[in-house]
Write a protein that binds this ligand. Structure first.
Ligand code: ASP
Ligand code: MG
Length: 419
């Protein structure tokens, strides 16, 4: 899919700077200094930048003032301009640092995507132009978040899409590492705003990071993590404001003796829970209920079905909070058809997940988790597990308490060592 042989196996890095890292002229100048320093260390550097912080939202708001349902094509022409401003300014700042640099939009590189405006997927990247510049000793600055379709229409990759641009470029150019510079200095065992002694992880696997991101950790765009895992691009998350090694996201190594059982705790306050009770316990019921929900384009997350003594079943599932009323209306309609007894909804819930590849080879994680929650008298409403994750749904007001007690029950504040 991604073309081009590698001629820079050792020292090509792709560095991505997000919106806050390029949020002002001073910050753009600071980024230029960091990039110039990497160059002086002997690295070839491709830089991917986001729009200055707040800019993408500002552009979206402008469109909303003109049209209630603006054309997807024109939205992409509009929002892609944010990144175009940053690449030019950063290149100028690099020139000021005495560093030869050239900026390119996604279309100029030829980051080819499908034509799904606002959520396009990268299909191919032409690395030639970038390679020529690198060979000539230049830093290459590429606009994140954007590409072009076969017809040359500008497309964008979805909010937070600059992460994906960076990873895709790193894959296409066979970069040694893709470094995501952001406003936090790495990936933490959990959100440090909730747990004071949350610890920065030295290393985490692609799989774990993917679970953390999809369970609510917002450090990286999920698609970028998927992409990095698929093409095995070592990813590093680090701060653009302070020095430090950040967190390396990489493949799991079999002989990794220091593999922790649990790597982190993710949580998500964006979901709501719905239950339909008293439905017939017959084949096809889950498909009738959830089929109708998915036909309405509502994504369902945790699903649990129970059968009672009276041979009727109940089905509980979670959806995004924004979709709760829509989903409830659908359930009311189905409840009539199926003669169900009740439909309930609750948006004061949260999802808390323990994530770790070490769970594969260690029993007892669930027991420790449930004990810790029981000690705090926190009722578990739903449970779901995968090979490397245990998720519970609990009442929203217990979120902080739950995360703190789990963090200490699993001693996540200490160095990651298997006992
Ligand atoms: N500027 C885009 C956004 O705000 C893309 C990005 O920052 O990654 O979503
Ligand atoms: Mg971002």
């Amino acid at each position: 899919m991604l073309t081009g042989p590698s001629i820079y196996p050792m020292n090509l890095v792709v560095q991505k700077y997000g919106g806050t890292s390029v949020g002002s002229i001073e910050r753009i100048q600071a980024v230029a200094q960091k990039v110039a320093a990497s160059r002086r260390e002997g690295h070839q550097v491709v830089v991917v930048v986001s729009a200055m912080s707040g800019e993408t939202n500002r552009l979206i708001a402008l469109a909303a003032e003109i049209h209630t349902n603006p054309s997807a094509r024109e939205m992409d022409v509009l929002v892609s301009t944010g990144e175009q401003v940053t690449i030019a300014l950063l290149s100028m700042a690099l020139h000021e640092e005495g560093c030869d640099a050239r900026s390119y939009t996604g279309g100029q590189v030829r980051i080819l995507t499908d034509n799904e405006h606002s959520k396009a997927r990268i299909q191919e990247i032409d690395g030639h132009r970038i390679r020529d510049d690198l060979e000539a000793g230049r830093v290459v600055v590429v606009a994140g978040f954007q590409g072009v379709d076969e017809q040359g229409n500008i497309t964008t990759l979805g909010r937070g899409g600059s992460d994906t641009t960076a990873v895709a470029l790193a894959a296409a150019l066979r970069a040694t590492e893709c470094q995501i510079y952001t406003d936090v200095d790495g990936v933490y065992t959990t959100d440090p705003r909730v747990v004071d002694d949350a610890r920065r992880l030295e290393k985490i696997t692609f799989e774990e990071m993917l679970e953390m991101s999809s369970q609510g950790s917002k450090v990286l765009q999920i698609r970028a993590v998927e992409f990095a895992g698929k093409y095995q691009v070592p990813l590093r998350v680090l701060s653009s404001f302070e020095e430090g090694p950040g967190t390396l996201i990489t493949l799991e190594e079999d002989d990794d003796m220091e593999k922790p059982v649990v790597s982190g705790i993710a949580f998500n306050r964006d979901e709501a829970k719905l239950t339909i009770r008293g439905i017939p316990d017959t084949p096809g019921i889950a498909s009738t209920v959830l089929g109708a929900i998915s036909e309405a384009n509502i994504e369902v997350d945790v699903i649990v079905q129970n059968v009672g003594h009276d041979d009727t079943a109940s089905l509980t599932f979670t959806v995004h909070r924004n979709d709760m009323s829509k989903a409830e209306a659908i359930l009311q309609r189905i409840a009539k058809q199926l003669k169900a007894t009740t439909v309930e909804s609750d948006d004061r819930i949260v999802k808390v997940s323990m994530v770790g590849v070490g769970m594969r080879s260690h029993a007892g994680v669930a027991a420790t988790m449930f004990e810790a929650l029981a000690r705090e008298n926190i009722n578990i409403q739903l449970i779901t597990t995968s090979e490397i994750k245990i998720t519970v749904v609990i009442e929203e007001r217990y979120l902080e308490l739950a995360v703190r007690s789990l963090h200490s029950a699993f001693k996540l504040e200490q160095q990651d060592l298997v006992e």
